[in-house]
Design a protein around this ligand. Structure first.
Ligand code: SDX
Length: 433
């Protein structure tokens, strides 16, 4: 990196001035390398939520929030979503280049050979209530995978990292579909290796032993595109969770389980489920104004789910593609008059004309339309975030892999601004008022 630039910190107290190098990446904002700061000045930086903090170097995904640009290894998301399969994109995110035909066939073949889970893993599900949220089950079962692969948990062994990545990409859809089957009391469906990745997922979700299930290719393609759009997204909350867990040397299955737990939150991956529930609660265009006023009311914790983003301050390119997929799927299913889709279009239009949303640069994000598409595919709302986790498992593994190989990385251990009680004498019980 070019380190010719620097910044000089001067302090109003007796702390001596300090020159800090400025690092420049291939594209995007420069960073101030503050690693010497505490040692030289005895001061920390303060940045809750990491609004202005780069936690790592990465070459995987780049977002320009003002321009609405999302690149996976340099390729625009629009081109990948329209021209690639999810497994091609998975290969790209993990290995840095798009596969040629031979590499693609080998990659798909290796993933396909690992789609089944250990038969004993199926017994974990019976310990959950039938109405358990699928994400609660996913966290538990994915974490439990580490109990089955003692032979390949050495994170410093590149072959172990590769087979763990293959196993997770291959098995997480199977585990997610099993979560759904368990809640509806239907038998688990084994993967069918003659099917593509998205088709196989639909087969495991909606197929039954009682009759042959033929996935609709249009719907399978739509699901494949949904997975591509959700595959990775820079250092978001769940990816940062995976990196922090991985920085301690935890095995990849445990790290991905931690990422699933973080993704579940409604401010993050849980927003698609929350957004659909919100649209159903709004119910009618005539009630949109009331909810927009609630979203603007500082005394009301209600937020317009599916709107706003830490990085995108113009538009989320994924939302644009998701809206397009909505039209395709609803058209294919003859649901183009779907009232919820029409309500979402109306809400988007009204919100984007409202001064509050314009001033705060709150635009629809990837979650705004994804729930409508998934609902049209017959996927229950409670499964939306589990499907987000299926997609993001690829990004989490790519980021985790990159972190393991980064010579600058060490165990993550932030500091704090302490505001509690300074040292004081112990107070024996009789003397406590
Ligand atoms: C994802 O990080 C990623 O990359 C995430 C993700 C990924 O692919 O990994 O893109 C996936 O998580 C998308 C986001 C899904 N979440 C939602 O749709 C939930 C609703 N959105 C908000 O919770 C919020 O917008 C966040 C969490 C997404 C972003 O929050 P920030 O960047 O911390 O911004 P903020 O909460 O400080 O909001 C800034 C202002 C605040 O008002 P003021 O304090 O300045 O007066 O905007 C307001 C907020 O009150 N605001 C909203 C709002 N989002 C922000 N007001 C009403 N409705 C909203 N949705």
């Amino acid at each position: 990196m070019d380190q010719q630039q620097k910044v000089t910190l001067t302090f109003s107290d007796a702390t001596p001035a300090l020159d800090l190098p400025i690092l420049t990446g291939s594209v995007g904002p420069d960073v101030i390398d503050i690693r010497p700061l505490y040692g030289k000045t005895g001061k920390f930086t303060y940045d809750p939520g990491f609004m202005s903090t780069a936690a790592c170097r990465s070459g995987i995904t780049y977002i320009d929030g003002d321009a609405g640009i999302l690149l996976y290894r340099g390729y625009p998301i629009e081109q990948l979503a329209r021209s690639c399969s999810f497994l091609e994109v998975a290969y790209l995110l993990l290995k840095g280049e798009l596969p040629n035909a031979a590499a693609k066939d080998d990659w798909v073949g290796r993933i396909t050979q690992h789609t089944m889970v250990h038969e004993q893993l199926a017994r974990f599900y019976s310990g959950f209530r039938r109405d358990a949220h699928p994400m609660a089950v996913m966290v538990g079962v994915v974490g439990a995978l580490s109990a089955f692969y003692h032979d390949s948990l050495d994170i410093n062994n590149a072959e172990h990292r590769e087979i763990s990545a293959i196993r997770l990409i291959a098995k997480v859809p199977t585990i997610a579909a099993m979560c759904y089957k368990y809640t509806v009391g239907q038998p688990f469906m084994y993967p069918r290796n003659s099917l593509g990745y998205a088709e196989n997922f639909l087969h495991m979700m909606f197929g039954t032993p009682a009759e042959a299930y033929v996935p609709n290719p249009i719907l399978a393609r739509a699901l494949d595109r949904i997975l591509i759009l959700h595959a990775d997204h820079e250092q978001n909350a769940s990816t940062s969770t995976v990196r922090l867990a991985g920085s301690s040397g935890a095995n990849p299955f445990a790290c991905i389980a931690a990422g699933i737990a973080c993704l579940w939150g409604p401010a993050h991956g849980g927003a698609n489920e929350a957004c659909l529930n919100m649209l159903e609660e709004i119910g009618d265009v005539s009630r949109i104004g009331h909810y927009i006023e609630r979203a603007k009311d500082k005394n009301d914790e209600f937020r317009l789910m599916g709107f706003g983003h830490r990085v995108y301050k113009s538009f989320d390119p994924r939302a644009t593609l998701m809206r397009e997929t909505c039209h395709e799927v609803l058209g294919e299913l003859g649901l183009h008059n779907d009232p919820l889709f029409k309500l979402a279009l109306a809400l988007e239009k009204i919100a984007l004309e409202d001064e509050y949303f314009v001033d705060k640069k709150l635009y629809p994000n990837v979650d705004f339309y994804s729930g409508i598409v998934q609902r049209a595919l017959g996927i229950p709302t409670s499964m939306f975030t589990a499907i987000f986790a299926v997609a993001r498992t690829v990004g989490w593994i790519a980021q985790w892999n990159e972190m393991i190989g980064d010579p600058e990385q060490k165990i993550g251990r932030p500091r704090q601004l302490f505001t509690g009680a300074p040292a004081r004498e112990f107070l024996p019980l009789p003397r406590r008022g």
